[in-house]
Design a protein around this ligand. Structure first.
Ligand code: CP
Length: 312
């Protein structure tokens, strides 16, 4: 059987990304459809989540599927020593699709190799978060009217932030200019800078989070410092408050600037930013429902044409 898993956004062509965005648009017009009647979606979350798990489960419910799974691995047999391989083999006996978040980089790829059901990577360590990327792209497209030729500032924890790694890879099709703004300890890893060079993606690096850079941006993508990835908590304490975006820093931005954040935020966006016209992170999270409806359908072989026919 063809493996339809979504492990990394790098596997998707430009055409495939645009196709999934069109599907998401259809779901925004009409979220409730019975396209997954009789299907079982398993959500296996070995790490905490609010948005990703609940929006995937909402997506499954709105499409008529049933949901099984867990959000606390301590309540499963993995706490008795069951391996990831055995867990996945078992769950793929029960479910038509497995949405999995795991703390180990590469866990989703491994699961896709041992599973009889397709795997959707809901985040694997500091590696990838492809469904987040689809909702980020949908949010960028909705707010900018295009994905092409944009100035995108990525700010904060670029070392451990899997959302920025996935977004960078997906944007290779759309001629972006990136500004990587991070302290030395949390710089964009070399492998992603090499990826940029290989794919002709322009990027600049800075440790200063200045208004001059903010004012050049079409998208300001803020990220949380990922406390859970640090082995040395003293190092986390040193960098945790490194950048804080405040409303007064947004006085001279481009009119189309929108602020994205995968959420949860800790303190890197002050609350006074929430009331500015540039703030878009809560709408971004809402877009996750439509993007994830598209992903579930696509992975299960339901096409854009099926969705359009469902409109009739
Ligand atoms: N953006 C994101 O992955 O949020 P959660 O950790 O709440 O799922």
């Amino acid at each position: 059987m063809e493996n339809r898993s979504l492990v990394t956004i790098a596997d998707h062509s430009k055409e495939k990304i645009l196709y999934l965005l069109e599907m998401a648009k259809q779901f925004e017009l009409k979220p409730n459809r019975r396209l997954l009647d009789g299907r079982i979606v398993a959500t296996l979350f070995f790490e905490p989540s609010t948005r990703t798990r609940l929006s995937f489960e909402t997506a499954a419910n709105r499409l008529g599927a049933r949901v099984i799974g867990f959000s606390d691995p301590k309540a499963t047999s993995s706490s008795k020593g069951e391996t990831l391989k055995d867990t996945i083999k078992m769950v793929s006996n029960y479910a038509d699709i497995i949405v999995m978040r795991h703390y180990l980089e590469g866990a989703a790829r491994y699961a896709s190799e041992v599973s009889d059901a397709p795997i959707v990577n809901a985040g694997d360590g500091a590696n990838q978060h492809p469904s987040q990327t689809m909702l980020d792209l949908y949010s960028i497209y909705k707010t900018q009217g295009t994905l092409e030729n944009l100035n995108i500032c990525l700010v904060g924890d670029l070392k451990y932030g899997r959302t920025v790694h996935s977004l960078l890879m997906a944007m290779r099709h759309f001629n972006p200019t990136f500004f990587f703004i991070a302290p030395e300890e949390l710089k964009m890893p070399e492998e992603y800078k090499l990826y940029c060079k290989k794919h002709g993606i322009k990027y600049f690096e800075s440790t200063e989070f200045s208004e001059e850079l903010i004012n050049k941006a079409d998208i300001l993508y803020m990220t949380r410092v990922q406390r859970e990835r640090f082995t040395d908590l003293m190092e986390y304490e040193r960098v945790k408050n490194v950048y804080i975006l405040r409303a007064k820093m947004l006085e001279n931005t481009k009119p189309n600037l929108r602020i994205l954040h995968p959420l949860p935020r800790v303190n890197e966006i002050a609350y006074d930013v929430d009331d500015t016209p540039q703030a878009y992170y809560f709408q971004q999270a809402k877009n996750g429902l439509y993007a994830r409806e598209a992903i579930l359908c696509d992975v299960l072989g339901i096409t854009l044409q099926d969705i359009i026919e469902d409109n009739e």
